[in-house]
Design a protein around this ligand. Structure first.
Ligand code: G16
Ligand code: MG
Length: 212
């Protein structure tokens, strides 16, 4: 039995732009200059760590209570974008890949840092294709710790060597490698050179070949 574990942001959908808009709004209110380049550091990273990075950029020290309020404010703004999402936001080739994997008897799991992952799967209509969802609500250690992928594999009943992980972040590729799974990078081959294979997107991947 083969298991296929998908990261969410940057693999299934491109929500990085929405995270950016919401963080930028907060950063402006705090008087912190926050650019698209800075946003790269937030990819695949937890909400709490993302806020820390922004506060570091602005040399701001804050109490835990303030951080909680700001994270909530950012998330409310982010959810306004998420609530407008639909199937059209699935990245090219993702839906067809999920369907082929499913048709061939593969087990499919999500392994994401996002606490909004379930809502995004619902909005884009692909929740029924997932056998398990492990997200930011289920784990205590962030990628590159393999916790999220180990938990996902356990939930679909697959052994690590039988699992393939699709990831767009360096931390996620490292997490998959540490877990002893086959890491497939989605994105730039140079950035993701630690992955077993790297593809620019799902339209370039020969999905049935995973069953040969
Ligand atoms: C995603 C994004 C990160 C975001 C994190 C937490 O991770 O890449 O930028 O900070 O989720 O998101 P939320 O604030 O929705 O809980 P992934 O693992 O899906 O790439
Ligand atoms: Mg990602």
């Amino acid at each position: 039995m083969k298991g296929f574990i998908f990261d969410l942001d940057g693999v299934i959908v491109d929500t990085a732009g929405y995270h950016f808009q919401a963080w930028k709004k907060l950063a402006e209110e705090l008087g912190v200059s926050f650019t698209l380049e800075d946003n790269e550091r937030l990819k695949g990273v937890s909400r709490a760590r993302s806020l820390e990075i922004i506060l570091e950029l602005g040399n701001i020290r804050a109490s835990e209570a303030e951080k909680k309020v700001w994270m909530q404010q950012k998330n409310e703004d982010y959810l306004e974008y998420v609530n407008r999402m639909d199937r059209q936001e699935l990245l090219p080739g993702v839906l067809s890949a999920l369907q082929i994997l499913k048709d061939r008897g593969g087990k499919i799991a999500l392994g994401s840092a996002s606490k909004n992952a379930r809502l995004i799967l619902e909005k884009t209509g692909i929740m029924p294709l997932f056998d398990a969802v492990v997200d930011g609500n289920d784990v205590s250690r962030a990628k590159p710790d393999p916790e999220v992928f180990v938990l996902a594999a356990a939930q679909i009943g697959a052994e690590a060597p039988d699992c393939v992980v699709f990831e767009d972040s360096v931390a996620g590729i490292r997490a998959a490698n540490v877990a002893g799974m086959t890491s497939i990078g989605i994105g730039d081959a140079g950035t993701l050179h630690e992955a077993r294979r790297v593809y620019p997107g799902f339209t370039e991947i020969d999905i049935p070949a995973f069953f040969e």
